[in-house]
Design a protein around this ligand. Structure first.
Ligand SMILES: [Fe+2]
Length: 182
């Protein structure tokens, strides 16, 4: 019964998401990109928004719970990184609005769409926390590279260029993390 209920909830969420991402297109966007292309771009950007939100939460979690002789160094680095992610998330959500979509803004949708995995109730060693975050940044970097090419194919140079900017920010954050465990 619970499985059926969960499937119904998932189905409703999927339908609501599709309506949400397409209904605003008809009213507001005439920016030289086909509606079908915009719809694909909005979905791709919203999935990335979900990934970013999970990574932001994970960075907060580790900022709060990190322990060890280099506590303060890690605690501070992760604070800087979640602040960067906060800004980046806002820019991404606003990019979605700029191309005519609704930016997802609920934890339920973030969890449903994100490709990153959370590790509940586990507080690993500082080095493991850093390498977990590094792996997530690198996954996002690869995803953004593919997404940027896809946006070009869909004739949205603005989103393709915007994504390359995000990629560069992640590459820098990944470098900072990598350097602490090298
Ligand atoms: Fe703090």
């Amino acid at each position: 019964m619970n499985t059926v209920r969960s499937l119904i909830t998932q189905f409703k969420l999927t339908i609501a998401y599709k309506i949400m991402t397409t209904s605003t297109l008809k009213k507001t966007t005439n920016i030289g990109i086909a509606e079908n292309n915009l719809s694909q771009i909005i979905q791709l950007l919203n999935k990335l928004l979900a990934d970013e939100y999970i990574l932001n939460t994970k960075t907060h979690n580790y900022h709060w719970n990190v322990q060890g002789p280099s506590f303060y160094e890690y605690h501070k680095l992760l604070e800087i990184q979640y602040q960067q992610l906060d800004l980046l998330i806002d820019e991404l959500a606003e990019r979605i609005r700029s191309v005519g979509g609704n930016a997802i803004g609920t934890l339920t949708e973030f969890l449903k769409l994100s490709r990153l995995k959370e590790q509940e109730a586990t507080y690993p060693k500082a080095e493991t926390m850093i390498s977990n975050l590094l792996a997530d940044h690198e996954q996002i970097i690869r995803t953004i590279g593919d997404d940027s090419k896809k946006c070009q194919e869909l004739e949205d140079d603005g989103s393709a260029d915007f994504l390359l900017g995000l990629k560069e920010q992640h590459e820098k954050m990944a470098w900072m993390l990598r350097s602490t465990i090298a």
